[in-house]
Write a protein that binds this ligand. Sequence first.
Ligand SMILES: [Zn+2]
Ligand SMILES: [Zn+2]
Length: 138
Amino acid sequence: MHCPKCLTAELESVSVPVKDRSIPGPDQTMGQVEVDMCASCGGVWFDKDELDRYLDAAAKPLPPMAKAVDPAQDRKAGLCPRCCAKPLHKTPAPSNPRLTADSCPQCGGLWLDAGELERAAGKDLPFAERLQAAFGGV
Ligand SMILES: [Zn+2]
Ligand SMILES: [Zn+2]
């Protein structure tokens, strides 16, 4: 898969440990969710189910998220890496209009540019909480 913004850069698959909700009780085993990250621009691609699992997991922030937002990168129109370059739509987070993600109307995937979450919410909140606050209930 290619980066929706850099276009030529390949996305790298990164495994993030998450809880497995299919196992009841407090001793839920840890599973893995794979997200796709661009080493060039620091953005992260979530497939639809990946984002749900990631939000559930209260996972640690992905390192590139700490980068500063590049406004030029943010304004760039993205192309879905899954749907043969279908254009991504700028989607304001329902509960946080300062955060705009690029989402694919076809597959439901979501692209976050590097630093978008840091800009959108307080830095003291854990990463997953910020994501939950912005996109929870969508
Ligand atoms: Zn990129
Ligand atoms: Zn798509």
